[in-house]
Design a protein around this ligand. Structure first.
Ligand code: NAD
Ligand code: WQD
Length: 366
């Protein structure tokens, strides 16, 4: 706790960048739901709202944060701020006694990143470096970073373990931005032993909070499979295009390791506990997945069962840059974090459907 001039102390805080977004909001609620463990911590969110919905321009907090406050009956300190704004970030570090940072803020649309590489490198790399500079200025060296299985590129072997080479066959500026950030964090940890960095390599996050009140809310047509299926099921989109059925997989369609976003969120809660371990430091990459892959057709069947809706689909050609299959080796996450995914594919589909069917337009009510 940081002492104040009047002798009082500031409560320790966890700074969550991009905390109004999909994975960030589920992590914020997971932190607030941990009765006892983090109850003496304040949660501070900074988000520039580029991919988070606010009901009105003058609304103080985005909808996801507002709903979390309602569900938990707790207050979240929210700053509508871009992580490239060093002065703005400094004010946040002045106002709160930040103990550690969970860094989600980034642009994440793979296709868009091919068209707008500079915007992606600016937001994801410059933004990340600015955040690190401000952290160093305030003596905050504990960081959990949102990385991605995309850093592995085309798998040389399956399941993908953390020792698999990274950065070799990346096909998008988005993927490269995640890889470059990991390299930057390794360099930081080499330069100064005070840094403690856990880079969580997510596989494919899906699902929604069990309440059905928060979930994934993509703007425009979804790029990813699960939100696309959900929008077909609810009638917002007419048909799913299945990108290729000639891969060397169980039924020819792409196989991925889908992980429930609540399991993923709990992985972050476990990760920050490592900072309390005596002697813990350096850079650590850890996969967050289930270790099991499902094909596109298996996903469609599971969603039809969970929703009771038919998902019309058409097989089309392969999507450029796609790989046939990937799934995680999850043994390090078990050993190091004491964490494993517990929710099933049925849970992922049922929770997505609860969110999508009760909020057909996402956070927008009309
Ligand atoms: P999201 O877009 O829902 O959330 C990101 C949040 O960051 C948004 O609320 C957005 O408004 C905010 N943001 C973006 N740029 C910002 C900036 N410059 N300053 C401040 N805020 C900014 O995305 P998500 O799915 O929750 O992903 C979170 C993180 O996880 C990202 O870093 C992403 O690369 C990573 N990731 C996501 C997936 C996935 O499939 N969802 C998989 C692997 C890794
Ligand atoms: C899954 C499967 C598609 C849409 C992406 C990013 C990756 C990471 C996770 C952030 C594939 C098929 C999809 C559709 C389809 N994100 N599909 N029709 O490609 O594994 O990974 O999200 O770090 O970086 O690339 O996920 O959900 O797009 O695709 O047939 O309309 O569904 O071909 O086999 P992907 P996805």
């Amino acid at each position: 706790m940081r002492p104040l001039a009047n002798g009082a102390t500031m409560r320790p805080s966890i700074l969550v960048t991009g905390g109004a977004g999909y994975v960030g909001s589920h992590t914020v609620i997971a932190l607030l739901e941990r009765e006892g463990e983090y109850s003496n911590y304040d949660i501070v969110v900074v988000d520039n709202l580029v991919n988070a919905y606010s009901r009105a321009p003058n609304e103080k907090k985005p909808e996801s944060i507002r709903v979390i406050e309602e569900l938990t009956n707790k207050t979240i300190h929210f700053y509508p701020l871009d992580i490239r704004d060093a002065e703005g970030l400094s004010i946040v570090f002045e106002n709160h006694s930040i103990d550690c940072v969970i860094h989600f803020a980034a642009l994440k649309a793979v296709g868009e990143s091919v068209e707008k590489p500079l915007e992606y490198y600016q937001a994801n790399i410059t933004g990340t470096c600015t955040l690190f500079e401000v952290m160093r200025k305030y003596g905050v060296y504990k960081l959990v970073y949102s990385s991605s299985c995309t850093v592995y590129g085309e798998p040389e072997r399956l399941p993908l373990d953390e020792g698999h080479p990274t950065g070799r066959t990346l096909t998008s500026p988005y993927g490269r931005s995640k890889y470059f950030c990991e390299e930057i964090m390794k360099d930081l940890c080499t330069s100064d032993k005070k840094w403690m960095v856990i880079s969580l390599r997510y596989f494919n996050p899906v699902g929604a909070h069990r309440s059905g009140r928060i979930g994934e809310d993509p703007s425009g047509i979804p790029n990813n499979l699960m939100p696309f299926i959900a929008q077909v099921a609810v009638g917002r989109l007419s048909e799913l295009k299945v990108f290729g059925n000639d891969y060397n997989t169980v039924d020819g369609t792409g196989v991925r390791d889908y992980i429930h976003v609540e399991d993923l969120a709990e992985g972050h809660v476990k990760a920050i506990k490592l900072f309390q371990q005596p002697g813990f430091n350096g850079f650590h990459a850890v996969n967050l997945g289930t270790g099991t892959g499902y094909s596109v057709l298996q996903m469609i069947a599971a969603f039809e069962a969970a929703s009771g809706r038919k998902i019309p689909y058409k097989i089309v050609g392969r999507r450029s840059g796609d790989i046939a299959a990937n799934y995680a080796d999850v043994s390090l996450s078990h050993r190091m974090l004491g964490w494993r995914a517990t929710r099933t594919l049925d849970d992922m589909c049922a929770d997505t459907w609860r969110w999508q069917s009760s909020n057909p337009n996402g956070f927008k009510k009309v």
